[in-house]
Design a protein around this ligand. Structure first.
Ligand code: TIU
Length: 230
């Protein structure tokens, strides 16, 4: 049993029962962290994202693997090659993609098709690559629970608590935390293991998640605090 305490204005103490706690790593993919991927095609500066969150993610992964936790889950935002699982709202928008690119198009040859499963750019970055035996979940949407079977996977393993990290904080990470909250999970977002292209959005999500007594979940500043508590 691990316990994280927070001594800030909103005081809390969260117990993490190791046999029912999972680490969820959201979309640590080249498509979001590297040039020529989907995040870059959306017009974002991707150069700082990895530096901000990958060291923290590495600490969480090392701790989770050493214990081990009930499960380690890596999500990938990934579509089928025929894009049958890509809703028209995502395929046709946002309309500001440079040169009119969209999901399934190629920005740079070495990365392959944007957000398409099997493309080099859709793979995980080396620093957060899954090991054999860890669960990989391909998701067509922002949330990790939508059309993935993740809830069933976690329920089978009696998981009740989630340690959450990944990119980007206000898109796939926040959506997943909200989905998790609606399904009864206690989640803690690890601040130095998540990042956004738009820093004020990351700060806003952290506030939103823990406001109103933790309306969506908990947040903790440093991955090392989690690792020490486990
Ligand atoms: N655009 C953006 O910030 N994020 C995404 O499109 N997907 C994820 O967050 N993974």
């Amino acid at each position: 049993m691990g316990r994280i305490r927070h001594g800030g204005a909103f005081q809390w103490s969260l117990e993490l029962p190791l046999s029912s706690t999972a680490l969820i790593c959201i979309d640590f993919q080249k498509d979001f962290l590297d040039e020529g991927g989907f995040g870059h095609a959306l017009g974002n500066d991707v150069s700082k994202l990895g530096r901000e969150c990958l060291p923290g993610a590495a600490i969480l992964l090392a701790a989770a693997r050493a214990l081990p936790l009930a499960a380690i889950v890596h999500t990938k935002e990934a579509h089928r090659a025929d894009l049958r699982d890509c809703p028209s709202s995502k395929l046709n928008g946002p309309r500001s993609l440079p040169a009119g690119r969209r999901v399934g198009d190629v920005m740079v040859q070495s990365m392959g098709r944007l957000l398409v499963d099997g493309s080099p750019g859709n793979e995980f970055v080396d620093a957060a690559r899954p090991l054999d035996g860890e669960k990989v979940v391909c998701k067509p949407g922002k949330g990790a629970f939508f059309m993935t079977g993740l809830h069933e996977f976690l329920r089978e393993r009696k998981v009740s608590h989630l340690i959450v990290c990944g990119v980007t904080t206000e898109v796939c990470v926040q959506t997943t935390m909200r989905e998790a909250n609606d399904r009864g999970y206690e989640s803690v977002l690890v601040e130095d293991a998540t990042a956004s292209y738009i820093p004020p959005f990351k700060a806003a999500v952290i506030e939103m998640v823990r406001s109103q007594g933790g309306i969506v979940g908990y947040t903790v500043e440093r991955a090392q605090e989690v690792a020490d508590a486990l």
